[in-house]
Design a protein. Sequence first.
Length: 188
Amino acid sequence: MPTHLTMEQLNDGLPMIEASPKDNGTLKAIVIRPATEKRVSLDSCELSPQGGVHGDNWAQGCWKTLPDGSPHPDVQVTIMNSRAIELISGDVERWPLAGDQLFADLDLSETNLPPGTQLRIGDVILEITEIAHNGCKKFAQRFGTDAVKFVNSPPGKRLHLRGIYAKIVQAGTVRVGDIIQKVDQYSP
């Protein structure tokens, strides 16, 4: 069983996380959850407004639904800062345990990516939503109680260390290594 970091060790890693690029970040990993507690790492993946992250179980039974029972589009995609999960997990092989689909070397703070901001990754355009993404009991079991306290702390909330939710505005393919750009700064 891996050793979990202490709060002091986690706080010592904050400067590395805060140095994440504000734009022109990089997609570091893609993970789908085909079933509860199952994780598959991919080199590329299709995303669409109808199917979410293809192969992921979002469309089969989302925790947040619309009045008609269909999965809520505002929680289609979870994005976590790759520097944060690198610090918290201690090993890239443990990143999938976080349960997020995209891991990005990008500043995910609300200051940098307020709700409504659009990002281009490969052919895909995502829009950041207002839904809060918080550390939970499963996150604590996998990474330790200090990790949950860290991501839910005032700096953790400010930097969105547990991650952010996004909805898919334009379908397409994302690939590990893709550049992530704010749409308003994108030029084809």
